[in-house]
Design a protein around this ligand. Sequence first.
Ligand code: HEC
Length: 156
Amino acid sequence: MKSKALMLLAFGAVAMFVAGPAWAGDKKMMKPVNYKVVDGYKIPQSLTGKPGDAERGRKLAINRKKGNCLACHILPIPEQPFHGKIGPNLNQVAERYSEGEIRLRVVDPKVLNPDTIMPSFYKYDGFHRILKKFEGKSILSAQEVEDIVAYMLTLK
Ligand code: HEC
């Protein structure tokens, strides 16, 4: 009898240990990072306080459930057959824009052009009629935004 109770206790502890980090991760996803738009056209500060990873950013740009940038933009990603032409060609985007200007365009391009069809990838509020499952979530996490910004900065 006693050993059964002990086993249950041990099992519970393991379950909590396993569930703990996942739950903490979700919490973090839900809590937006505060960022500052400077002079109305740029976000000079990294959302995570660190530079992103360009290699991961390239993968996110391809991923249809994440950046999906290829749906609307031409990028130097020859292994992907379809590149959209709705937005400007991004091949040399780092020559046209600074890091802060690129970051604002990924985080919330509607600050610059309220009518743009480009999604705001790091936005938590101000949506109308949002699906319940998307409430309080942005398309990209702060880290993913930084990875994409790092990738964009290699395009010159
Ligand atoms: C649904 C289409 C669409 C998607 C998806 C999209 N964009 Fe855009 N993007 C546009 C359009 C259209 C513009 C032109 C600016 C405007 O509409 O105000 C633009 C402009 C930009 C610009 C400024 C380029 C310039 O030369 O002015 C950058 C940088 C950019 N997008 C990056 C991205 C990245 C990175 C992704 C993926 C994370 C992405 N876009 C996904 C449609 C899209």
